[in-house]
Ligand binder design. Structure first.
Ligand code: S3P
Length: 184
């Protein structure tokens, strides 16, 4: 695990602090977010679910009706609703940190944790649920890895401004407890 800052020793599951999980599609933000929230008496939300609820449309329908630009506006607005939350792990869509000043906003309103994975690991995981992710539309199987490499390269610099950077192949149910431990 690497960090851009000393983790505050006051951060625990009862201080009101929110945690933003960021990273590419397929990095396991929702999977780990749910597990860690349950194990640490925290709430969990998936930002994509909030966007869908607010719009009354699925992510795929939002992209179809208003394109990516509309989706990014809805995403930025949903993110700012998180200012009213406490003690919550928020799984953010893969692009969320990379638009507007979303990443700065997250760093100012909670602890950001980047789940970092290789393009190959991401490819293996996104293949399972590709149809839910409009950015993969019209991509032949063979083109998926190249797409991930290119997009990850574009996004990496922003992802790496997270408070904590963790490798996904080393994560366990106890990892979150280790992150919030004052000695980590
Ligand atoms: C996106 C990631 C998706 C979703 C949308 C766009 C992206 O979320 O927000 O399809 O730009 O990387 P997940 O990372 O949860 O799949």
């Amino acid at each position: 695990m690497t960090g851009n800052n000393q983790f505050p020793s006051s951060s625990s599951n009862s201080t009101g602090v929110n945690f933003f999980l960021i990273g590419f599609m397929g990095s396991g933000k929702t999977y780990w977010g749910k597990k860690w929230a349950a194990a640490n008496q925290l709430d969990f939300i998936d930002l994509d679910d909030v966007i869908e609820k607010n719009a009354g449309k699925t992510i795929v329908e939002i992209f179809e009706t208003g394109g990516e630009a509309w989706f990014r506006e809805l995403e930025a607005a949903a993110l700012r609703e998180c200012a009213f939350l406490q003690n919550t792990i928020i799984a953010c869509g893969g692009g969320a940190p990379c638009f507007f000043d979303n990443m700065q906003w997250m760093n100012a309103h909670g602890i950001t944790i980047y789940l970092s994975a290789t393009p190959e690991q991401l490819r293996d995981r996104v293949f399972l649920e590709r149809e839910k992710r409009p950015l993969f539309n019209n991509l032949q199987d063979a083109a998926v890895l190249d797409f991930i490499r290119k997009k990850l390269q574009e996004r990496k610099a922003i992802y790496n401004t997270a408070r904590l950077v963790v490798q996904t192949d080393r994560l366990t149910e106890n990892s979150f407890q280790e992150f919030i431990s004052p000695n980590s």
